[in-house]
Design a binder for this molecule. Sequence first.
Ligand code: ZN
Length: 503
Amino acid sequence: MQPNGKRSLSLTVIVVLLSVAAQLGASAERPEPRLVPLVRVVDLDVGESRTVKFSTGAGVEVKLLSLEEVRDNVRSAVRRATVRVKVNGQTISLVSSTYRLPLTVGKVQIDCAVTRGYTANSSKKNAWGLVKDARLRLWPIGSPLVKPGTFAYPVKQRWFASDTQMANVPTFVDGGEIPSNKNIYYHYGLDFGGAEGLVEVVAATDGLVVSSGTERLPDYDDSPVAPRYDVIYVLDSRGWFYRYSHLYEIDGAVKPGARIQMGQRLGLLGKEGGSGGWSHLHFGIKSRQPSGLWGTVNGYPFIWEAYQRQYDPDIIAVARPHCISWAGEPVELDAARSWSRSGTIERFEWTFCDGTSATGPQVRRTYDKPGEYNEIVKVTDARGNTAYDFAVVQVLDKAHPDQTPPAIHAVYYPTFDIKPGDELTFKVRTFRTTHGRETWDFGDGSPKVTVQSDGNAQVHNPQGYAVTKHAYDKPGDYIATVRRSNERGEQAVTHLHIRVDEN
Ligand SMILES: [Zn+2]
């Protein structure tokens, strides 16, 4: 018995050592990119032109004609950057990132990923690797933006089920828009708000796990990889590095050196690390940019396309990004980027926090009192399909810029395939105040429910979010509202849209 036992033990040891050696051997050698991205990237100064070649051999002449950047007067952050570009002789205006998709001109699709002004007062330095006036990205007309079968939506959740911070929008959900802070965290990656410890995070692509938590492969010093206990880095066959951050839990199979498959479970969404205390997946892509530097790839068009392929929505409402202003100064809410499979949105119906309403894709409003407002837009297409989104407006007092009003974040789970009677989990957390309590109105005539989050007093508090459960009795579209006020009576309000299907 004894010798046999010993032999099988040593065999096991040898097999383990061999497999470790094989893994290290394979991983020490950095894989060469095999997949050529469909996108072509060109950085230009105003007045400069360049010929961009697609893999089909077709060449496109691109010239940057002008750049205009509009900054807000609360923080002097770039809120809207517009470039005029000449493409094969045709001129087009593009607004950079901020929830915009590529536009078609002539025989190409084109977007503007970032402009110089963002790099000037960014708290994350030049996260884009841009050293010219603007970065343009081009695809052939009719081409997918990312090769089908190579990119998946990284959270198992409905589109815009909660707050998001995407594509160069200043971070705001955790109350980060503070007037005295002139360094702007333009969110170069994609943040998906979701329910902590409940929403599954999956791999957007096949790839090699370069780091998982604090463990990492050797030989990736020349890369964007910066391991942290809550973070996974994956290298895909395009040579792009993917960062998944703030994870509540990392799946046991996700170890440095492991090959993972698109759609594979990576773990659960959380608020770990530098999340600011709001539960979300931070999903970021970095690649070598034309400057030779590592820089952010704006993944918004890719997740848009991936979601379309996987979930086949009929209609999507887009009322993002959020706005910020001083009380008494006007803001424009814009839902014009809403989308319908059937072509056009026929109706835009707004319902405001003050009980008034309006119609049209854009509305101009002025807020007299500081607070965080959350305005509902319902969009309807020619076939009668409807969708909802919410425009967040943060309003501050110019006379007391350091008296910041509260901010609020809410989520629900699950977000798909909800039937009458299903028990849903609702979580809420308020930021910038520990005064008061949150009050839920689930929008179905049921009694209001009061809870109390910790007000983000302790960022990583496992009980930081206040949790409550609710079930809807009948199918339909419901808007849940939750609000909390600070000691000055300044209120933060947010909404969730819950669709309850027929049984
Ligand atoms: Zn983030």
